[in-house]
Design a protein around this ligand. Sequence first.
Ligand code: NOJ
Length: 541
Amino acid sequence: MDTRQHGGSTWWKEGVIYQIYPRSFADANGDGVGDLRGIVAHLDYLNDGSADSLGVDGIWLSPIYPSPSYDFGYDVSDYHDVDPVFGTLADFDLLVAEAHKRGLRIILDLVMNHTSHLHPWFVESRSSRDNPKRHWYIWRDRPNNWQSVFGGSAWEWDQVTRQYYLHSFLAQQPDLNWRNPEVQEALMAEVRFWLDRGVDGFRLDVANFFFKDDQFRDNPFHLGGLRGYDRQRHVYDKDRPETHRALKAFRRILDGYPERMSVGEIGTEDPVVAASYLGDGQDELHLAFNFTFTHCGWDARAFHGAIAAWERALPAKGWPCYVLSNHDVTRHYSRYAAGGQGDARARIAAALLLTLRGTPFLYYGEEIGMRNVRVPRREIQDPPGKRYWPFYRGRDGCRTPMQWDSGQGAGFGAGVPWLRLGPDYQRVNVAAQSRDPNSLLSFYRKLIWHRKASPALRRGSYRALIEKPVDSLAYLRETPEQSVLVCLNFSSRLTRVDLSAASLPAEEWRVLLTSAARPGEKVKGTQFALDPCEALILEAR
Ligand code: NOJ
C-alpha cells in the first residue's frame, strides 16, 4: 500500500539527496559493473535509521534504462525497462521496496531531450521520410550553425533518407521533437510508468534543451571559449519559452501522485535562467540545479556571491538546491586540494553544502573524500573524452568505483572493475573511515544527523552576516524555535570573525559541531575566533 500523502510533504526540501552513478557504486554479480542488487546491499550504509549510517533521505540514480551506452545510459533505447547490466525490473522493485522500508526515496534520471539512435522510435524515424515517426525527431535539408555540446556540428547527415538530424550531444543521441504532441504524450506515458511503479521523483537531464527555435535561426557569435560550442550565444537551441509550458504539464502529472518531486539539470551560467524553470515556485520544477559551486574557486567571496545570486534569483516560493560534485565535473576534493588542505577544505565544503538553505545533493564517494582519478588515455571510456579533444580526458576521473574497503577491488565487487580504482583506496575507504571518529565520513554523518535534528538547518531562513567576506563566511539560519550560526574559515590562518554589527539573536552559543579540536562547548559574545580551515556551527542558547 502506498502510504505517501498528497500535498504538504517536504522531504525533497528538507532531506539530503545522494547521487549514485550505478556503474560505479557496488557490483553484486561480479561482472565488473555496478548494479541494482549492489545498491540494495548498501542501503543500510546510506540510512539504517541510526547515526552510524550516513543518514541521507533520497537516492538519485543516474540512468538505469537499456542503453547501448555511447554515453553510459544517457542514450536510452527503452524508457521502461532496466538495462541487463544493472539487473531487471524485479531488482528495481526490490530496490524501491527496500529503500522505502528505510525511509529512502528513489529519484530516477529522465533523459527526454534525446533518445539513443537505437531506440525503436529513431530506428523508425530514420527508415524513410514518410514514416509516421519521421517528425518525432528533427530533420532538415540543410544544417544551421548549431553545435553539439560534445563537439562538432549538431547536425548529422543520414545517407539513407538524405537529410540531417539534430543531436545536441553525440550523434548517437538524436534530439526528440518536442513540438510534436505525439512525442510529449509518449514521454509522459513513460513518466507515468515509473510513477505507478513507485519512484519518488525525477532528475531531468538537460531540461532547458527540450525546445529549439521553430525557425532554426543561427546562434549569434560570442567569444566564450575555445570550443565551437562556447563560441556561440545559445539563444536559439535552448531556453526557448515553449519549454516552460511543457514542464508545467509535466508538473501537473507529478502532482497527481502523492509526494513526488522533480529536479532539473539546467545547463546555464545564469542563476536567473535556472530559477525561471521553477515557474512561480510551485507550478514547474520543484528544484533546479545551479552549478555555480562546481566552478567556484576556493574563495569565500566566490561562494558568498553565488549564494546571494541564487537567493535573489529564486521566486518567492522557490527553494534552492546546491551541489559540489556530480558525474560530469572534477570531484571537488581534487578541485580544492591545493596546498595539502584537502581534508580540511572538504570539511568546510561539506559544512557549507549541508547548512545552507536548500536541498543538498551529494555525489557518491564525496563523503569519504574520493579524489578525481587520473585515467590513462588508453583506458578512457567516456566517448566525448575520447573523440574530440586531444587534451580533454573526459569524465571518467569522477566516475571511478566506490571505495568500500582496503581489500582487493576495494570491496566494489569480485570482478575486474570497468574503470580503474582510485590509487588511494587502501587508505581512503568507507571501512577505515567508519572506524575513525575524526574521519571525513564521520564528519559528514554528524553534519547530516545534526541537520536532521535542527529545524533551522532544515527549513530556516538564511541571512548572510558578512557583507564583504575575505577569509570567512558567516550566516544565520533561523526558525521561530531555533537560531543556528555557521562560521566557515576558508583560509589556513587563525581568523577572528567580528559579528558585532550583525545584530545577532543571542549572546551565548552552544557548539553543535566543529571541524576543529575546540575546547569547551560554549561560545560567548559577537567575536568568534576560528582555527585555520575551521567549520563552526553554533546554536543560540
Ligand atoms: C547531462 C548529463 O549530466 C551528462 O552526463 C550527459 O552526457 C548529457 N546530459 C547528455 O545526456
